[in-house]
Design a protein around this ligand. Structure first.
Ligand SMILES: [Zn+2]
Length: 233
């Protein structure tokens, strides 16, 4: 019964304590580089969420052989590798330096990108826990819905960061121009007036922007019941 579960999932309470259904564990970092990535991930607060989950989920940040992020359905565990966090940070810092963006902008982009990374993995988890077949597109759809309700102040930076990372094919789950445009469209469509920067920034193509509220509403009704009154506090 995906819909009844999703109704629970999407009743996020803004500003709430971290979801008791979600536990976060940081494993020791084995190098100065991993240590730095751990600090960046902690300070980003990307793993804090008020989204209610149908079942408990563990998030583990750790050293890995490959820079990746994964969802393990049997263990109900999201793994985020320090090396992937480091790559995201280095890539966005490099872009920001090229653009001569200030340090604050860079930090916002990094924090937002890590938030996208987490919500995308949460999207894989929510799809699986609701008995839906897994796909990258669906994980992004969940991610857009949960991020828009969970971290509304990060929405524009999330679309921007994903746009900036889209051309970097080695970034697990975050690469791809089409995927980035669809993700931006859903975030923008959640509230086009509030998130106007997404259209102004060109992170969603201009000709697509007017269609995004419709896209968002279709996704919203396709993957779950929604209680907007809980999301506009
Ligand atoms: Zn994915």
């Amino acid at each position: 019964m995906p819909h009844s579960l999703l109704a629970l999932v999407l009743t996020s309470t803004l500003g709430a304590a971290p979801s008791p259904d979600l536990t976060v564990r940081y494993e020791p970092a084995g190098s100065p580089r991993a240590e730095q990535a751990m600090t960046v991930l902690k300070e980003s607060e990307a793993l804090k969420t008020g989204i209610k989950l149908p079942k408990p989920v563990e998030v583990v940040a750790r050293d890995c052989d490959e820079p990746s992020a994964t969802w393990d359905g049997e263990e109900r565990r999201i793994t985020i590798c320090y090396s992937l966090v480091g790559e995201i940070r280095r890539t966005l810092t490099g872009i920001s330096q090229t653009e001569e963006a200030d340090a604050r902008t860079t930090d916002h982009r990094v924090d937002a990108a890590l938030t996208v990374l987490f919500h995308h993995q949460l999207g894989h988890a929510l799809g699986a826990m609701n008995g839906l077949p897994d796909s990258e597109g669906q994980a992004d759809q969940f991610a857009a819905l949960t991020l828009a309700s969970d971290a509304p102040k990060r929405v524009a930076h999330a679309a921007e960061a994903r746009h900036l990372l889209a051309g970097h094919t080695d970034l697990d789950h975050l690469s791809g121009q089409d995927e980035s445009a669809t993700f931006a469209c859903l975030l923008y469509g959640a509230d086009p007036a509030k998130h106007a920067r997404i259209a102004q920034g060109g992170w969603v193509p201009a000709e697509r922007a007017p269609l995004c509220a419709g896209e968002y509403n279709r996704v919203k009704s396709a993957i779950g019941a929604w209680r907007p009154s809980r999301l506009t506090q």
